[in-house]
Write a protein that binds this ligand. Structure first.
Ligand SMILES: [Cu+2]
Length: 127
């Protein structure tokens, strides 16, 4: 029973240490490279997020061709190199100051040939 008490104490201490994540579930969003006829794409083609939402981008590159790609969303200040076989995880809060609209998920390493995906940002409170 002493052990259980200690565990409960540790668990509550942990939640105090991370007030930002309190009660908010982090949604995992996967992106991966996919070869289509017109070039390499970030897939899925489109992802919708909401202002103020905390998301974790899980980005993978497993296809042949270039050894690495860029995962670049300027408006979210995300710029990461994704090497083949090495998953990158980026946790971000979608700023409430970022206007609702459509933004591009780019590859800054192969602009033009690497087709971007679309990040749709919805207004907070919209359903
Ligand atoms: Cu690329």
């Amino acid at each position: 029973m002493k052990l259980l008490g200690l565990l409960l104490l540790l668990t509550s201490a942990h939640s105090f240490a991370a007030p930002k994540a309190h009660k908010q579930k982090i949604r995992k969003i996967e992106f991966e490279t996919k070869q289509l006829e017109d070039g390499v794409h970030w897939m899925p083609e489109s992802i919708t997020v909401t202002q103020g939402e905390v998301v974790q981008f899980i980005v993978k590159h497993t296809i042949p061709g270039k050894d690495e790609h860029g995962f670049f969303i300027p408006e979210l200040k995300i710029k990461t190199v994704v090497k083949r076989g090495k998953t990158e995880k980026i946790t971000k809060e979608i700023p409430t100051t970022l206007p609702a609209g459509e933004y591009k998920v780019l590859c800054d390493k192969h602009e033009g040939t690497h087709k971007p995906a679309t990040l749709v940002v919805k207004e907070m409170g919209a359903t």
